[in-house]
Design a protein around this ligand. Structure first.
Ligand code: 13P
Ligand code: SF4
Length: 303
């Protein structure tokens, strides 16, 4: 089916079924173009909680759709491609976390939203890339198990000095691939460009960037700052979005191709079929929803 017709059919189905399409910043451009809302993990979870729609179709990876279900348990949440799973979220398994936490009985468990619902259910609080520093800073405890991203854990520990952060050994293969050399290379090519990196990047990248932001924070800064050239050290979907929405500024790509293959598994066709057949519905155990919602709602209160 031609792209235009597919987009129209999706729009018609959304109206007919009172559905909302939530889209992450790394999704394909043609999907972003028909989104009801595009954003980072925090924005999207707030939208999922607030929406009055009957159906939420989530164009993102599974942990994002699960988060929507946990925050809006009475809604039907559809995942167009359930095989789109964040590899970093898969690096944290409940049995391993249980054993790990037994070594630090006085520690609070902080789970990045890039985790499965089962891990969120074991956590004291969740965080996203845009509120991790603020939420951890607001906790009373002095010891924190931070799961699963070791780079985000390091970033938090740079700002939160009065707590011991015990990192899990996980990482994002897209962001962890960037090195200091990649950063110096692009600085040489475009000395005027403002470098903004995602906190999932290595410390060596973060420390040499002018700003560190979530994906939505990068968009906001690119609009607000008077600078006219930027490099985002993150997945390329965001750079494409910025070029489309801020055409009077320049957004250079990093030399390393930064593509999250999982995010790209979602297509317009799959969204259309998802809405048409109301598949694949996110189903979670009630007990998991209740426990995970405590950690997610605590995050929303603290951020
Ligand atoms: P954001 O919440 O910053 O959009 O990050 C989500 C993510 O998966 C980054 O790789
Ligand atoms: Fe996971 Fe990295 Fe993809 Fe984000 S970019 S969904 S952290 S693999």
């Amino acid at each position: 089916m031609p792209t235009g017709e597919l987009k129209q059919r999706i729009k018609d189905l959304k109206r007919k079924k009172n559905a909302i399409l939530l889209v992450h910043n790394y999704q394909r451009p043609e999907i972003q173009e028909i989104a009801d809302f595009i954003g980072d993990s925090l924005d999207l979870s707030r939208k999922a909680k607030e929406t009055e729609a009957d159906i939420i179709v989530f164009a993102g990876v599974t942990f994002m759709a699960e988060t929507a279900k946990i925050l809006s348990p009475l809604k039907k949440v559809l995942m167009p491609e359930p095989a789109a799973r964040c590899p970093m979220a898969e690096m944290a398994k409940p049995d391993k976390l249980k054993k790990f936490a037994e070594q630090y009985p006085d520690a609070e468990i902080v789970a990045y939203v890039n985790t499965t619902a089962e891990i969120k259910a074991m956590a004291d609080v969740c965080v996203t890339s845009s509120n991790a520093v603020k939420v951890v800073d607001n906790l009373d405890g002095r010891r924190i198990i931070f799961i699963p991203d070791k780079n985000l854990a390091t970033y938090v520990s740079i700002y939160v000095k009065d707590k011991e952060i015990i990192p899990w050994d996980g990482y994002c293969y897209v962001h962890n691939a960037f090195t200091e050399d990649d950063l110096y290379e692009i600085k040489d090519e475009h000395p005027q460009a403002v470098i903004i990196s995602h906190p999932e990047c290595r410390e060596e990248v973060i420390m040499n960037s002018q700003y560190v932001e979530s994906t939505q924070g990068m968009m906001r800064l690119a609009k607000e700052l008077s600078a006219s050239e930027f490099v985002f050290f993150t997945e390329e979907g965001l750079t494409k979005r910025a070029r489309r929405e801020i055409p009077d500024k320049k957004f250079y790509s990093t030399s390393k191709l930064a593509v999250c293959e999982e995010m790209k598994k979602i297509t317009l066709e799959k969204i259309y079929e998802s809405l048409l057949y109301e598949r694949y519905e996110v189903v979670l155990e009630q007990d998991i929803i209740e426990r995970a919602s405590r950690a997610l709602n605590r995050m929303l209160e603290l951020s």
